[in-house]
Design a protein around this ligand. Sequence first.
Ligand code: BMA
Length: 378
Amino acid sequence: MKHTIILTSFLLCFLTLSAAQKTPAEKLIARLQKLHQKGYMYGHQDDPFYGITWEWDTDRSDTKELVGDYPAVMGFDLGGIEMGDEKNLDSVPFNRIREEIISHYYRGGIITISWHPRNPLTGTTAWIEKDIERYDNAVNALRAINHERLVKQIVNPKHTVRSVLTGGSQHAKFTEWMNRVTMFLKSLTDNKGNPIPVIFRPWHENNGSWFWWGQNNCTDDEFQTLWNMLQDYVNKQLPTSIVWSYSPNLDGMWTETRFLKRYPGDSRVDLIGLDAYQWGTEADFKAGVTADLKFISTFASQHCKLIAMTECGYQNSPDATWWTRVFKPLIENYPVCYFLPWRNYKKEHFGASKDAKTAEDFKAWAKNKRLLLLNDIK
Ligand code: BMA
């Protein structure tokens, strides 16, 4: 009953939107809305670049090798573009990313993009925990020798977000970073020069504290200002082709009050995503995802937003029946438009593959009409 109410209000929400569709982004939103009534799309990060047992071949895909079709959604990451690097943080050349995005678009697929920018203040990666450890050690060492005065001179990694905002010490540099990411997005065009619509998912998992934009590493206000600054910058140059995904991490205990503290606002979000991996026990994962999907789907239906599992999986698939036994029952009663397991490469994998222990299980699931691969969405 509850699910019916959620699904129905979802439909009503988007009727107005699809009637008024105009821009490529609005068309993509309307398409997502329509598709989720048919089922949930399978997405995969870095699908065309490498798999569990191969890398850098062309025309290969773990998904295609297992189920005979490409994922409906492909995910790509722009970490490193901010430095002007040729390759991203996972060694994928940006030119190849662009080519694969364009190919997937022409095949009729959907594209989502994340960005793990380096730390503009400390010069390290998007992951901040080691910086904090180093900072704490340095502070403790100074205090041990009574040099409190010098503590202020050490760069505090938790000042990263404020340093990139207007007036901050890294603002000029970060503006260049925003420019580089925007230029890449702008280069995603069809052969007539029209922009290719993409789902952009910056500043994800912000309720965790492992990234420099995370929960304990900036204030609510700083987070929202950061979101707005990037969004406004990108939108100024690309006003019609970005679908904005706001994707906190698995939480399990959302209340509306807490969720709203960092939610960028209805006019700034098109899709609410959940990044959810099973890192701990199956019971904890099930309880957490159930609580979050319940909360997010209710919130999304009230605010006219789409929902998706924007990252998910069980690292190295230790459990052969995980997809159909654990994951499928968790998502199938919610209006999840896609789920996107993270990348498959030799050290770790999350997605479907003939080389994963879950191969047969996923193959069986893929026969279900509600699981949508590329050919199901054309
Ligand atoms: C993480 C890991 C890293 C990778 C990063 C960005 O979850 O897969 O190895 O660099 O995502 O893709």
